[in-house]
Design a protein around this ligand. Structure first.
Ligand code: ATP
Ligand code: MG
Length: 157
C-alpha cells in the first residue's frame, strides 16, 4: 500500500503519546514534504511498535525520545533515539538475533521474549530495507532503518 511515511509515523507516535504514563518527552524531526513509500502497514506498525516500546522500556524518567525522518534521493532513513541504559558495543549487533536479550537480569524484570527486534529485522528486510542500532552504554540507543522511496514515474528516460 502506498503510504506517506510522515503522516503514518505521526499517527503511531500520537498513539504512544496518548497512552504513555511515564515522564518521557517525545521530539519529532520530520521533513515538510511527503515521503512516499510502499508499506504493508500492519507489518510495519509491528516493527515500529516494538522499537518504540523498547525505547520507552529502557528510558530513564525525564528522558527524551527523538523521532527522525530523513529523506534522501532514493531512500528514507527513520531513526528512534532514546537516552536510556544503552547497549555494550560487543552486544549491539546481537540484539537483532532471536531470543537475544542484552542484560539478562535487567531484561527479565522488564519482561519480553527477545523476539521483537528479530521480527523487526525480518519485516524491514521484507520491505527491501535494512535496520541497525547505534548505542553507547549509559548514553542511549538509536535504532535506524531505511526504506526505499517510491520512485516518481518519469517519461523520457
Ligand atoms: P520483546 O520485544 O519480544 O517483548 P525484548 O524487548 O526483550 O522482548 P527485543 O525487542 O528483540 O526483545 O530486544 C532485544 C534486546 O535488545 C532487549 O532485551 C534489550 O536487551 C536490548 N534492547 C532493545 N532495545 C533497546 C533500547 N532501546 N535500549 C537498550 N537496550 C535495548
Ligand atoms: Mg522489544
Amino acid at each position: 500500500e502506498k503510504v506517506d511515511f510522515v503522516q503514518y509515523f505521526h499517527h503511531i507516535i500520537d498513539r504512544f503519546e496518548m497512552n504513555k504514563s511515564e515522564d518521557i518527552l517525545f521530539e519529532r524531526q520530520f521533513p515538510r514534504d511527503h515521503v512516499l513509500v510502499w508499506l504493508d502497514k500492519d507489518k510495519m506498525t509491528q516493527v515500529i511498535d516494538n522499537i518504540i516500546s523498547n525505547a520507552i522500556k529502557y528510558s530513564p524518567e525525564g528522558g527524551k525520545i527523538t523521532f527522525k525522518i530523513v529523506k534522501e534521493r532514493r531512500r528514507v532513513v527513520i531513526s528512534i533515539a532514546d537516552q536510556g541504559v544503552g547497549i555494550a558495543k560487543e552486544k549491539v549487533d546481537k540484539i537483532f538475533e532471536r531470543f537475544y536479550r542484552a542484560d539478562k537480569a535487567r531484561s527479565r524484570n522488564l519482561g519480553g521474549t527477545g523476539l521483537g527486534l528479530a521480527i523487526a529485522k525480518e519485516l524491514v528486510e521484507a520491505h527491501n530495507g535494512h535496520i541497525w542500532a547505534e548505542s553507547k552504554e549509559g548514553k542511549g540507543t538509536t535504532i535506524l532503518f531505511v526504506l526505499p522511496l517510491m520512485q516518481k514515474k518519469r517519461r523520457n528516460r
